[in-house]
Design a protein around this ligand. Structure first.
Ligand code: BG6
Length: 280
């Protein structure tokens, strides 16, 4: 069956490729292609809807991180809300497209009270034998404008962080709040991780960001509608401080999170925006 509906998640497949998406957060928790798992999911992640899922592709909306003007939790409410299954959108021999939706009614009451705008989010996941496309659209269904930032907070599975780097960001500006670096231009061909890394890169290319392991490209990204990317690895101490993350987990993941954070998006009533990534 190309789609299996379970109480907590939906599994879609095309040939040997599969994708699993939880209703909670519309979080993609697994993407297998070529016989391998491509996303990292923490073995200690809560999957019961009591806490945002640690791994896969949590959705960040309506804001990245914590911001002084919002009392919403870090990264907003999308990843801790129960999304509705919108069904299979299309299907043929080489591709299956499924979608989830979220409006105010799916947001936990206490959080909805903190962000009172009328909105509709649609998350569309497209699986082929060797690609995964995830597209988030936001529509303003209320009477007043709202402004948001957003990310597809993708945790990629890797074998060993010591042999991994991210390429394609040379010449781009970044902020790194851990080390108090702001507006730095990255002059390196590759980003390797040897300590906690939490960089926000701005105005990045829509093609050519790659994750490289042992000198081979293991993932490459194409984006539309997203200008920015966060590259994150918690490294040793931060990994220990995360209750839902194994101490050694930082060795097996790198987050490359495409999104829109530098220039927030404003939607007037009736307006709609879409951002997407295609992972190969
Ligand atoms: C990244 C942020 O996007 O997410 C980091 O840049 C943050 O600062 C990380 O630590 C994980 O966030 P959370 O809320 O899932 O622990």
């Amino acid at each position: 069956m190309p789609v299996t509906l379970q109480d907590d998640k939906v599994i879609a497949s095309i040939g040997q490729a599969t994708v699993e998406i939880y209703h909670y957060g519309a979080t993609v928790t697994s993407w297998k292609c070529g016989g391998k798992e491509r996303l990292y999911l923490s073995s200690q992640s809560f999957l019961d809807g009591s806490k945002a899922i640690r791994g896969g592709i949590p959705l960040v909306f309506p804001h990245f991180g914590s911001i002084p003007e919002s009392q919403l939790p870090q990264h907003g409410f999308a990843r801790v809300s129960r999304w509705s299954w919108l069904g299979v959108q299309s299907e043929n021999a080489s591709e299956i497209v499924v979608a989830f939706g979220l409006d105010r009614s799916g947001v936990p009451e206490k959080l909805a009270a903190l962000w009172t705008h009328g909105f509709k989010l649609v998350y569309t996941v497209t699986l082929t034998a060797d690609t995964l496309k995830t597209a988030l659209s936001a529509e303003n269904t209320g009477p007043t404008a709202f402004t948001f930032t957003s990310l597809l907070h993708t945790y990629f599975a890797i074998n060993d962080i010591d042999h991994v780097n991210v390429t394609g960001l040379k010449g781009k500006q970044y902020n790194e709040k851990i080390y108090n670096k702001y507006g730095v231009t990255d002059e390196s061909e590759v980003i390797s991780v040897t300590a906690e890394l939490d960089r926000n890169y701005f105005n990045v290319p829509s093609e050519g960001i790659t994750v490289v392991e042992n000198n081979a490209v293991v993932r490459s990204l194409s984006t539309k509608g997203f200008d920015d990317v966060v590259v994150w690895n918690p490294w040793i101490e931060k990994a220990k401080s995360l209750a839902d993350f194994p101490d050694e987990g930082y060795k097996n993941m790198i987050c490359v999170e495409v999104g829109q954070i530098g220039k927030p998006i404003t939607l007037n009533p009736g307006e709609k925006w879409t951002g997407e990534q295609l992972i190969r």
